[in-house]
Design a protein around this ligand. Structure first.
Ligand SMILES: Cc1cc2nc3c(=O)[nH]c(=O)nc-3n(C[C@H](O)[C@H](O)[C@H](O)COP(=O)(O)OP(=O)(O)OC[C@H]3O[C@@H](n4cnc5c(N)ncnc54)[C@H](O)[C@@H]3O)c2cc1C
Length: 430
């Protein structure tokens, strides 16, 4: 089998040495660890199609992998699958200035895309893992991130897609027409499918006009209710590009981890707010204290308190991570309640304007059921942006009906008839 793969992509792109494989076998958090006989690194859509067709014929399961920054165990070979790394598909086409669109390979990192389209355009997407997360992985997970509040997530940015389905066939629809009602929306379907229906090989993205005057503020607020009120007030005044919540425990954890000073008056909660407009917009917002940045260096310094939350939590231990959405009216009560669950330490932060919280529990491995049932009880979602992966498939039934899951299975059978693409992800075993 390895010889067959070597013929398709070249011997040097079938990685079998244990040391080289190691980085592909464990996820970013260190919580999900597996083993693979080989990591295959194709360089074109045709090579991807050939590998998928070959694996189908040989009955070999495949895990597509981009930057391996997904946090739900979806990108690692937990059951001896072959890893299909898309990182060599890393070319970025010219920006189409009239349409404001660009086509790129699945292996392009978000950071590389942001740099390539600036200063005329912005990707309209951002997240802390930008220098590793790939566009293919972000399509596969329908990534959200900090600018969701203004521009929506990956599905809203996706103007076209190229992918290899589970039978090895190539579907390509990269024209990027603004209006195109010619049947099923395959891009929308593959977006968020977590590598279970097809391997994304290229995407065409709709870019956005960059903000003219970016103002970033780190504000102290009296709690989650205060944070929601402040965001609402700011949104009434200006277009808000980001509204991120950090609780005091999280801020102190980052300070200890990075040796940073206390940035504003100590408070129960903090907001990183970013908007396009004048600094004065902050006058219409009720906060306890605020520091403002208008230059890039100061801006990045303020963002460290938010962006480093995930790495600071990981520096303490291996967390159980929950990425959930709550209906806004229940958000503050949920935060109070979730912190009382289990015997561990709970750090909560997130994209508060979207009702999306990242709940991290350290020191309690049995807390998943309680947290996810609490979320479902509030009418929330057990995955706001990271996906179901292998971590949450047992709980999919809490938020999706039997009929919905049956429809998922029918779609999976149609696009991946042999069930070789990410067989352990998303759908619970029958
Ligand atoms: C510090 C940090 C901050 C983060 N912040 C955010 C955030 O704000 N918002 C957010 O949404 N996510 C966030 N994430 C999660 C992660 O960055 C995203 O889920 C991202 O989209 C994953 O991209 P990736 O290339 O690393 O995918 P991987 O981790 O490699 O894969 C993720 C899933 O997609 C599948 N996949 C990967 N590539 C392909 C492909 N080409 N075709 C088909 N399937 C594929 C994999 O099989 C797997 O199921 C964060 C992660 C970290 C570590």
């Amino acid at each position: 089998v390895l010889d067959g793969l070597r013929e398709l992509v070249g011997a040097e792109h079938v990685l079998v040495d244990a040391d080289v494989r190691a980085g592909y076998e464990v996820d970013w958090t260190g919580r999900f660890r597996g083993a693979t006989p080989a990591v295959v690194r194709p360089a074109s859509v045709d090579e991807v199609a050939a590998v998928v067709a070959y694996c189908r014929a040989e009955g070999i399961a495949v895990v597509p992998q981009g930057g391996n920054t997904g946090l739900v165990g979806g990108s690692v070979p937990l059951d001896g699958e072959v890893v299909l790394s898309l990182r060599r598909l890393s070319s970025i086409g010219p920006v189409d200035d009239l349409a404001g669109q660009v086509t790129m390979g699945a292996g392009v990192t978000l950071g590389a895309l942001q740099a390539a389209v600036a200063p005329g355009w912005s990707a309209g997407l951002d997240l802390a893992a930008r220098d590793s997360a790939t566009i293919g992985g972000m399509v596969a997970t329908n990534a959200g991130g900090t600018s969701f509040v203004r521009h929506g997530g990956m599905r809203a940015r996706l103007a076209g897609i190229e992918a290899v389905l589970g039978d090895g066939s190539i579907v390509r629809h990269l024209g990027g027409l603004a209006k195109d009602n010619t049947g099923y929306d395959l891009a929308g379907l593959l977006c968020g499918s977590e590598g279970t229906l097809g391997v994304v090989t290229a995407a065409r993205l709709q870019l956005v006009v960059p903000p003219r005057n970016v103002v970033t503020a780190l504000c102290a607020v009296d709690g989650v209710e205060g944070a929601l009120r402040a965001v609402r007030q700011l949104r009434a005044a200006v277009p808000v590009d980001a509204a991120e919540l950090v609780l005091d425990e999280g801020l102190q954890l980052v300070r200890t981890h990075l040796g940073l000073p206390q940035p504003v008056t100590a408070a129960p909660a903090y907001l990183v707010l970013e908007w396009d407009g004048a600094v004065e917009a902050l006058r219409s917002v009720e906060v306890l204290d605020a520091v403002v940045a208008e230059d890039e260096g100061r801006r990045q310094a303020l963002w460290r308190y938010r962006d480093a939350q995930t790495e600071a939590v990981n520096a303490v231990g291996v967390p159980h991570k929950f990425d959930v959405t709550l209906p806004p009216p229940g958000l503050a009560r949920f935060v109070d309640e979730v912190r009382t669950l289990g015997s561990g330490t709970t750090i909560v932060f997130g994209h508060v304007a979207d009702g999306n919280l990242h709940v991290n529990v350290l020191g309690d491995d049995d807390v998943d059921d309680d947290v996810l049932r609490l979320v479902a009880g509030y009418g929330g979602s057990i995955s706001a942006e990271h996906g179901i992966g292998t971590a949450k498939k047992r709980w999919l039934h809490l938020v999706r009906s039997e009929a919905e899951i049956a429809a998922f299975r029918a779609i999976k059978r149609a696009l991946d008839p042999a069930g070789i693409l990410n067989p352990n992800v998303l759908l619970p075993p029958l």
